[in-house]
Design a protein around this ligand. Structure first.
Ligand code: NAD
Ligand code: UDP
Ligand code: UDP
Length: 341
């Protein structure tokens, strides 16, 4: 990959520190697929802030223009409505490939489309990376571990995944995407990076995407009962979105292919999560038990030793600090209350 920042540093050094105005650093050209979604839009904010030029490619299945609208009019920002299942010609230095519905409600809505997005969509973006010599980062998922028989999950664990279940379009789709990335890396020399993301929450999450944090927060704000599925003893580890974006950028800029677990090791049962939501929003909020969904993993918690050691990364925002930040965003979107904390 042509490293434009290194080139620039070299020019600064050889000019004795005096750089003519026209040669100011231009930043990188970065493609973010799925950049109008929850995680993608936060990533776009960070890239634009550091001076990069960003192209977002999104089909708006779950993404929203509102998430990136604040960049409209910025000459370093471009938004293209496009489905990654179709080929596309672009010229960039880096590709963050996020395009894919992430919540079970959304990815089960049209499972064949979910597989096509993961397989054909990822193939297209890898073909693009190969043609233009761009570095490619895949946002894979902790779901590649399935209903894990090893706890916490280490990257070397191969997982326990049902290939014919209702979640398979997503978890097997992402497993194939990882395979494709590694084959383009080994076979075509594409510089790839693989992140396995664990449950992430924060502002701009889809309000009604059925994920547990968005459900509980919206329910508590609307004075509805918190719906705990099953006995509520299943666990998840919740990561605040700014920590994830930091991890993705470190991974992209670093020298290691991965895969890397990116998640917060703080593990909670769904009942404990409901309790934190009660403490944060409404101690009076009631809990209602509902039957659990099929193939629901019992436990999930990342081992992040590899990311700590090789990327120098670890999450900084605990659930009790991150949740209030998401609550103020949801409160504003539900009630239009701009003053609420
Ligand atoms: P999201 O649904 O908010 O964002 C996904 C974006 O991709 C949306 O803007 C959607 O419109 C777009 N998209 C979907 N299919 C597309 C297609 N065929 N062509 C173009 N655009 C398409 O989800 P998110 O939480 O921001 O997740 C982003 C990525 O991170 C996904 O790849 C997801 O699998 C991965 N991930 C997220 C989590 C999490 O907890 N949020 C966990 C593990 C992995
Ligand atoms: N592709 C793309 N943009 C590009 C280059 C390739 O969308 O700039 C797509 C291409 O249409 C193909 C896929 O990426 O479907 C894989 O491309 P590759 O060149 O690796 O394989 P091939 O075209 O030889 O099957
Ligand atoms: N869950 C719940 N109540 C809800 C939504 C989800 O108890 O309203 C549970 C769900 O059964 C699962 C956990 O919360 O055990 C996490 O679900 P989510 O869909 O957020 O993420 P994923 O299953 O993909 O980790």
């Amino acid at each position: 990959m042509p490293d434009r920042r290194l080139e620039y540093q070299h020019r600064v050094a050889s000019s004795g520190g005096k750089i003519p105005l026209g040669l100011k650093p231009k930043g990188l050209r970065v493609l973010v697929t799925g950049g109008a979604g929850f995680v993608g839009s936060h990533l776009v904010d960070r890239l634009i802030n550091r001076g990069d030029s960003v192209i977002v490619v999104d089909n708006f299945f779950t993404g929203r223009k509102e998430n990136v609208m604040h960049h409209f009019g910025n000459p370093r920002f471009e938004l293209i409505r496009h489905d990654v299942v179709e080929p596309i010609l672009l010229e960039v230095d880096q590709i963050y490939h996020l395009a894919c519905p992430a919540s079970p409600v959304h990815y089960k809505f049209n499972p064949v489309k979910t597989i096509k997005t993961n397989v054909v969509g990822t193939l297209n973006m890898l073909g693009l990376a190969k043609r233009i010599g761009a570095r490619f980062l895949l946002t894979s998922t902790s779901e590649v571990y399935g209903d894990p028989l090893q706890h916490p999950q280490v990257e070397t664990y191969w997982g326990n995944v049902n290939p014919i279940g209702v979640r398979s379009c997503y978890d097997e789709g992402k497993r194939t995407a990882e395979t494709l990335a590694m084959d383009y890396h080994r076979g075509a020399g594409v510089e790839v990076r693989i992140a396995r993301i664990f449950n992430t929450y924060g502002p701009r999450m889809c309000m009604d995407d059925g994920r547990v944090v968005s459900n509980f927060v919206a329910q508590a704000l609307r004075k509805e009962p918190l719906t705990v599925y099953g006995d509520g003893k299943q666990t998840r580890s919740f990561q605040y979105v700014s920590d994830l974006v930091d991890g993705l950028m470190r991974l992209m800029e670093g020298e290691h292919v991965g895969p890397f677990n990116l998640g917060n090791p703080g593990e909670f049962t769904m009942l404990e999560l409901a309790q934190v939501v009660q403490e944060t929003i409404d101690p009076e909020a009631r809990i209602e038990f509902r039957p659990n969904t099929e193939d629901d993993p019992h436990k999930r918690k990342p081992d992040i030793t590899k990311a700590r050691e090789q990327l120098g990364w670890e999450p900084k925002v605990p659930l009790r600090k991150g949740l209030p930040l998401m609550v103020s965003d949801f409160r504003q979107r539900i009630f239009g209350d701009h003053t609420a904390a």
